[in-house]
Write a protein that binds this ligand. Structure first.
Ligand SMILES: NC(=O)c1ccc[n+]([C@@H]2O[C@H](COP(=O)([O-])OP(=O)(O)OC[C@H]3O[C@@H](n4cnc5c(N)ncnc54)[C@H](OP(=O)(O)O)[C@@H]3O)[C@@H](O)[C@H]2O)c1
Length: 321
């Protein structure tokens, strides 16, 4: 009896091991590094959520290319640590910090007012900041915290910088979405509703719909807009998941998932690659364009979502585009 149990256990462990090894090689084989050598001396890049994960490695790459990089972060200590590390690794001293909290519309407005006043031009705006696994709950703006962090704040931030972006053109707005947006089916009724299991996917679907609608609205300008799925990456984003789950999941993620540096490659590609400089409103993964998800094809809905978002973030008439 004991022997047959041990046998079953042995085969189970071998099976799980084989599956893990398969996924590791599958994910690593798919990984396609950005091969662009674009120099960014004299260019200005804003990276939101730049203190860690994909945002940090994107900012480091732009710094190595010689750009002036603005780290848009909420935590001053973490932002300073990232800034020091980027300066040390890149040898580029032109790295600065602007504090912004994506759970506050007031903070987004103050950040944009500051950028509009102090930054001469923006060559790349990388909307990267995001969160997952947070408990549902309203912020002081009456918006769900995950909705606000992942979708409403990047929406408001981009709209409030649009005039500056238009004057800066050719320039790029790069939105970090996710394949989770493919599995999602958001509606006007579910926008800003609290649903722990769906909210992340909904916000990521909205990032892509926003990208398409913004590209449409800016089609006669030199502002190009991109959405991307970075892949499955081992970063801090998973830290809000239940502890018991992380105990099992973290070792697996470390083994299977891409590193944050590997995960930053498509963000970098969309920000600097010459091949896509004339594209706008498209979706990318593994440093190449991919077919638009079915869930993000309805442009009538994209327009309605845009208008609803403008109302929810309380855009004034003269700020609407
Ligand atoms: N990791 C993946 O597998 C994966 C897959 C698909 C898409 N993505 C997307 O990739 C982007 C980057 O994620 P990541 O994996 O690099 O995660 P991460 O390491 O957790 O980085 C997220 C960044 O966003 C910042 N952030 C979170 N809430 C914020 C707020 N209220 N105000 C200002 N900044 C805030 C974080 O700041 P703090 O350090 O202060 O929290 C951090 O700098 C996200 O948009 C995510 O949805 C990730």
């Amino acid at each position: 009896m004991l022997c047959s149990l041990c046998g079953v256990l042995f085969y189970f462990v071998v099976f799980v091991g084989a599956v893990l090894v398969f996924f590791r090689f599958w994910i690593k084989t798919l990984a396609n590094p950005c091969k662009s050598y674009t120099c960014m001396v004299g260019k200005t890049v804003i990276v939101t959520g730049a203190n860690t994960g994909i945002g940090y490695y994107s900012a480091l790459d732009f710094a190595k290319r010689g750009a002036n990089v603005i780290l848009a972060c909420r935590n001053e200590r973490k932002a300073n640590e990232a800034k020091d590390s980027i300066i040390k690794k890149s040898g580029n001293p032109n790295i600065s910090i602007k504090l912004v909290d994506f759970r506050s519309l007031k903070s987004i407005r103050e950040f944009c007012a500051d950028v509009n006043k102090t930054v001469e031009k923006i060559d790349v705006l990388l909307n990267n900041a995001g969160a997952a696994g947070l408990k549902p709950g309203l912020t002081e703006d009456g918006l769900d915290g995950v909705w606000q962090t992942n979708y409403f704040s990047p929406y408001l931030l981009t709209v409030l910088l649009v005039e500056k972006l238009k004057k800066s053109g050719p320039c790029r707005v790069v939105n970090v979405a996710s394949i989770m947006g493919k599995l999602s089916n958001v509606s006007l009724e579910t926008v800003n509703t609290c649903n722990e299991s769906m909210v992340y996917s909904w916000t990521k679907q909205c990032n892509i719909l926003f990208t398409r609608e913004l590209a449409k609205r800016l089609k006669d300008t030199k502002v190009h807009v991109y959405a991307l799925h970075p892949g499955a990456i081992y970063t801090d984003i998973w830290r809000h998941l239940p502890k018991w789950f992380l105990l099992v999941w973290i070792p697996m993620m470390k083994f299977i998932y891409k590193t944050a540096e590997e995960g930053a490659q498509t963000s970098i590609y969309c920000s600097v690659a010459k091949e896509c400089e004339n594209d706008s409103g498209k979706l990318y993964a593994e440093c190449k364009e991919i077919e638009m998800y079915d869930s993000c094809k309805d442009m009538t809905f994209a327009e309605a979502l845009w208008e609803k978002s403008a109302d929810l973030v309380k855009l004034q008439e003269h700020e609407r585009i």
